[in-house]
Design a binder for this molecule. Sequence first.
Ligand SMILES: Cc1ncc(CN)c(N)n1
Length: 223
Amino acid sequence: MTFSERLYERLQPIWRRNHAHPFVQGMGDGTLDLEKFRFYMIQDYVYLKDYAKLFALGAVKSDDLAVMGKFAALLDSTLNEEMSLHRAYAARFGITVEELEQAKPSPVTLAYTHYMLHTAQNGSLAELTAALLPCMWSYSEIGKELSRLPGVSEHSYYGDWIKMYSSEEFGALAQWCIGLLDRLAEGKPESELIRLEEIFLNTTRYEYLFWEMAYRMESWPDE
Ligand SMILES: Cc1ncc(CN)c(N)n1
């Protein structure tokens, strides 16, 4: 069994909760309130700005040219493809790029990105990869699962989101990250695998909290 198979098997309960979240299901059946989606888009933009830095840190922590190149490609794709989706949605919501850039993180966004950046800056390349993987992997799985629902890709708002995350290109990037973690985990003692599992579990939990935060449009108490 590969390390990613072990993670997938062990974390099924929380993984399924992510897929079953009303925000995710609401995109699938088209009933999600647009205000919640608007809130999500802005927070996700703020999130991705920090998330992209993990790829830059991954390149710094690697000595393998192929890995460095792939991290550079992931950085480029996050900033210029994934975040373009958000810029396009923002335009539809009447939000300017300047407003997007100035948006401030909610408590959950801040906690999630800071946890990942802290792990990436202080940990090994394997720890960095374990931290960033649930983001890529769970969106690719959610995108694919939603895209199987009839007519969903044609939804005037949620269709583009589902098309992006169910795309082969996004799936291939997620698969590369899974393969990288498997390679990095190979031959590691159980104590280190437990540490990697804990990091992966925490960012999987943060994925859930992010859906919950967006669904409830949670911000700071004084806002
Ligand atoms: C919170 C979150 N998690 C994952 C992804 C997919 N890159 C995202 N855009 N936002």
